[in-house]
Design a protein around this ligand. Structure first.
Ligand code: HEC
Length: 147
């Protein structure tokens, strides 16, 4: 019986490792993207990736202008502009709801769902890949931690 337990624990560990490996393949133009805020900030918000998807901070910055959509995604400010913060344009929507990617407005915006106010992000495209969005969702599902 104990042997069976060990085998089961090992199998569960391997499955988790396999999932993470798949995640990095899914991340496409940002292969090192991880479901952490610092990784998403550096590789999605602040970087134009190899597939030509533009950095969000081209528009979502307060440097020299008002940030688009009232949302500043520049370093240090971004987390407090997103998590548990109401949308500036869609009444009742919250930009990021910790633990609930489905109801996080940022996901509706990057997926271009029919319920959004305005247009799909990044404005004008190219849009995020399915893998990039999956990783963003996973960070939210994990409770949207600050790091
Ligand atoms: C070329 C400019 C531009 C780029 C690049 C861009 N945005 Fe936007 N964004 C806007 C504008 C303008 C609005 C306001 C109009 C609207 O909601 O469609 C907006 C609105 C939003 C909103 C809604 C804010 C609210 O409170 O309602 C979110 C969320 C958002 N953007 C996320 C992103 C993310 C994430 C990226 C990068 C993946 C991104 N945007 C890239 C211009 C841009």
């Amino acid at each position: 019986m104990p042997t069976l337990m060990i085998v089961l624990v090992l199998a569960a560990g391997l499955t988790a490792a396999a999932c993470d490996e798949k995640l990095s393949k899914l991340a496409g133009p940002t292969p090192n993207l991880e479901p952490t805020f610092s990784s998403i900030q550096a590789q999605i918000f602040e970087t134009t990736d190899s597939a030509g998807r533009r950095a969000c901070i081209i528009c979502h910055t307060n440097v020299g202008r008002n940030p688009s959509g009232g949302l500043n995604l520049v370093h240090d400010g971004a987390y407090d502009q997103l998590v548990n913060v109401a949308s500036a344009r869609k009444p009742g929507a919250t930009r990021v709801v910790p633990g609930d990617a489905e109801n996080s407005y940022i996901i509706h915006k990057v997926e271009g769902r029919p319920d959004i106010v305005g247009v799909q992000m990044p404005l004008g495209g190219p849009y995020l890949t399915d893998g990039q969005i999956l990783i963003l969702k996973r960070w939210i599902a994990l409770g949207a931690p600050r790091n």
